[in-house]
Design a protein. Structure first.
Length: 94
């Protein structure tokens, strides 16, 4: 039996919410809901998670001592073309 659920009204994507928050900050002078420091810390956690996996699921302490670590997208490693397009073109391994 299939049931449908009502969609919430007025729901916006995360990207749209970021733009609205930026406009609010410009208009009011208030700080953003998520600061640049928050974003940097979230990125460091993501990089540490990837490093833990890469090293065999070992503990990775924060802050990361190697500030040169980065996460490179699959598309950047594959000619800057999104995987969906590569698949449509029949590129092996996409």
């Amino acid at each position: 039996m299939r049931r449908s659920f009502p969609q919430p009204r007025g729901r916006r994507s995360a990207g749209v919410n970021v733009v609205y928050d930026l406009l609010r900050c410009i208009e009011t002078g208030d700080p953003p809901l998520c600061s640049g420091e928050d974003a940097r810390e979230a990125l460091e956690i993501a990089i540490a998670t990837r490093e833990s996996h890469r090293r065999g699921r070992v503990r990775v302490d924060l802050p990361l001592p190697d500030r040169q670590l980065q996460i490179v997208s699959y598309e950047d490693m594959r000619f800057n073309i999104p995987r969906g397009i590569l698949r449509k073109r029949g590129v092996a391994g996409a």
